[in-house]
Design a protein around this ligand. Structure first.
Ligand SMILES: NC(=O)c1ccc[n+]([C@@H]2O[C@H](COP(=O)([O-])OP(=O)(O)OC[C@H]3O[C@@H](n4cnc5c(N)ncnc54)[C@H](OP(=O)(O)O)[C@@H]3O)[C@@H](O)[C@H]2O)c1
Length: 237
């Protein structure tokens, strides 16, 4: 029966970390609703795609509705869509600010409201966001204050919702990546970026996928931000 198959929603799913998470959930037998602005329809019957900006409340509603109407339930929401704009603080434009708030914050808020409503009805669910280790460990030379502002909010609300939903069967967690080799860093000096990690290498998409899958199966873990950053959050090196 379709309703017995687990169902995950992944935002920002067309490339990079999001695409890796979609593949991993499909390998586990989940049906997946995948979103990004430019995502294409899938030939896989277990993947429904919803194109559009996650900042748009109507798109968020459509993603949640698609999951329930097509697959019958929502087990997991991965709030992965996000942007990173690196600039000294006083050089951010109003457009930078709006884009970061829209994608990183509104893009979490709308879909999570719709999905949590469904999860409360079901009595189970798991919500995971992508933050960044820069929230806890800013680095000289990586001007990430706008990421700290927006992803820091996601980090905080992870614990807030974990407590709010602790007795409702809904777990809420986050993954805080270091620098991961994805199209986000196409054109960046990867050898130099690798040196920004104590272990001396970049993260790979699989490193983040492993963390999401760990959180997915760890039923005693909620309110956790799991750092997957080659040791960056541990201190100076
Ligand atoms: N890579 C890193 O080093 C790193 C480090 C820390 C945190 N993260 C976080 O990890 C997440 C994934 O990063 P990534 O490196 O895989 O990024 P990426 O390669 O740039 O991919 C971003 C994905 O998000 C989608 N997207 C962007 N804006 C969107 C919007 N408004 N609505 C819906 N989808 C949108 C993009 O597809 P479309 O263009 O089709 O919309 C794409 O699928 C992000 O939240 C990022 O902040 C990444």
């Amino acid at each position: 029966m379709a309703d017995e198959r687990k169902v995950a929603i992944v935002t920002g799913a067309s490339q990079g970390i999001g695409a890796g998470i979609v593949e991993a959930f499909r390998d586990l037998g989940y049906a997946v609703v995948a979103n990004s602005r430019n995502i294409r329809p899938s030939q896989d019957e277990g993947i429904a795609t919803v194109a559009g900006s996650i900042a748009d409340r109507n798109v968020a509603a459509s993603i949640a509705t698609t999951a329930v109407e097509r697959f019958g339930r929502i087990d997991t929401l991965v709030n992965n869509a996000g942007i990173f704009i690196a600039k000294p603080f006083v050089e951010f434009t109003e457009e930078d600010f709006r884009n970061a708030i829209d994608t990183n914050v509104a893009g979490f808020f709308h879909i999570t409201q719709f999905v949590a409503t469904q999860m409360l009805r079901q009595g189970f669910g798991h919500i995971v966001q992508m933050t960044t280790t820069l929230v806890d460990q800013p680095q000289a030379g990586v001007p990430g204050s706008l990421a700290a502002l927006t992803k820091g909010g996601l980090d905080a609300i992870t614990r807030s919702l974990a407590i709010e939903y602790a007795t409702a069967g809904i777990r809420v967690n986050a993954v805080a990546p270091g620098i991961i080799r994805t199209p986000m860093h196409a054109g960046d000096p990867l050898d130099e970026l690798a040196k920004l990690h104590p272990v001396g290498r970049l993260g790979e998409v699989e490193d983040i996928v492993d963390a999401v899958l760990y959180l997915e199966r760890s039923t005693f873990v909620t309110g956790e931000t799991l750092h997957v950053d080659g040791g960056q959050h541990a201190g100076r090196w």
